[in-house]
Design a protein around this ligand. Structure first.
Ligand code: SF4
Length: 363
């Protein structure tokens, strides 16, 4: 595979870039501006203060559209700098950004972000990455429940964003991967992120030291094509998976959110076969799988219906079971029988069709 000719099929270029006063003079902001200028962004503004204003349009629709076209460069507040445990995905969470320019109708961020869905990238990158230093060697609650082999302390970077989706205009991911790869934070740490994009041309050139696991969010064609607007199509994601694995990265699959669409066995079977083909013959392949069924909360449903009022996404509470979190919140998941059937099928078929993949968890 010729890694020098890779070009992404989906690149996000914001229409507006707003830089807060506090972020204006930070070194990473200069890199963000450089990248935005190369990408052809005309409207790059330094705000007089630190508040993001003028984000609301005349209607919900306008507000949504304008926010999804805006990149805000801000300073992460101290509360966002302390790594948080993030089971079962990783030991700790660190955030390079909050918000995502894609348009998935089931978006995981709905209900957890306040206000218009602007993408905020953190300009104080040194401080964000400082959490790796302070938490290296400190296992969180996920340790002991999931076998992560020799990965050391794991840091998840995609809880509140798709970091690859914004990489061409931020550079945060390349900086994090290179710095961790160089051993700056020790040899016992591992970054991980998941993405629905395919912009891996820069990533494959980095000296990553095999200390980052690049996971691709994958789904049955019917689900991906219908609900994942603004993302790279599935064949492009699988080509990107092959490219990063060939470049020596540890890789992974986030098979999510699984939905029992009609013919789900055939659809997901075809997906597993395509993945198997995509990773065939790669030396030193280290491939994991995380499988997550679709769920929603009352808050996420309300936000998603305001963003996508005509969605065909099934969010009928009557067809779901309630699951309570330890803090009393409610999630709607598939009924027990559906969950059992899907879990059994996925566990067996993953082993049969994609034996190279190590299943980390199912939820
Ligand atoms: Fe939301 Fe992830 Fe889709 Fe972005 S890629 S819109 S974060 S589900």
């Amino acid at each position: 595979m010729d890694l020098t000719t890779l070009s992404p099929t989906r690149l996000w270029v914001p229409r507006h870039v707003m830089i807060t006063r506090a972020a204006a003079d930070l070194p990473h902001t200069a890199e963000i501006i450089r990248r935005c200028e190369i990408a052809g962004v005309d409207d790059i503004r330094i705000l007089p203060g630190n508040a993001l204003t003028g984000l609301r349009g005349a209607t919900e629709r306008e507000t949504y559209a304008s926010a999804k076209n805006t990149l805000a460069v801000v300073v992460a507040p101290p509360s966002a700098l302390k790594p948080q445990p993030i089971p079962p995905s990783a030991d700790w969470r660190i955030d390079l950004a909050k918000g995502c320019p894609a348009h998935c109708q089931y978006c995981y961020l709905a209900g957890s972000l306040q206000g218009p869905p602007v993408t905020r990238v953190y300009a104080n990158l040194d401080e964000v990455l400082g959490g790796i230093r302070t938490h290296s060697g400190r296992g969180s609650v996920t340790r002991g429940t999931i076998d992560r082999g020799d990965e050391g302390t794991t840091f998840e970077m995609s809880c509140y964003t798709d970091p690859l989706g914004i990489e061409s205009v931020t550079g945060s991911l390349a900086a994090a991967i290179s710095r961790v790869g160089s051993g700056e934070f020790g040899s016992d740490v591992q970054l991980r992120f998941t993405t629905k994009f395919d912009d891996v041309g820069e990533l494959v050139t980095l000296d990553h030291g095999r200390r980052t696991r690049v996971r691709f969010s994958v789904n049955a064609a019917e689900v991906a094509n219908r609900f994942e607007g603004g993302t790279a199509r599935m064949p492009a994601r699988l080509a990107a998976l092959r490219a990063v694995a060939t470049a020596g990265y540890r890789v992974g699959l986030t098979i999510a959110p699984i939905m029992p669409v009609p013919d789900w066995r055939e659809q997901y079977g075809a997906l597993l076969d395509e993945i198997s083909e995509a990773v065939a013959g790669i030396d030193d392949l280290d491939l994991t799988a995380e499988i997550i069924t679709h769920r929603f909360t009352p808050a996420s449903k309300e936000v998603l219906l305001s963003w996508y009022p005509r969605t065909k996404l099934d969010m009928d509470e009557d067809l779901r079971s309630q699951k309570r979190s330890k803090f009393g919140g409610v999630k709607y998941v598939y009924p027990k029988q559906t969950m059992t059937e899907m879990r059994q099928w996925f566990t067996e078929e993953l082993e049969r069709r994609l034996p190279a993949a190590r299943l980390l968890y199912w939820t």
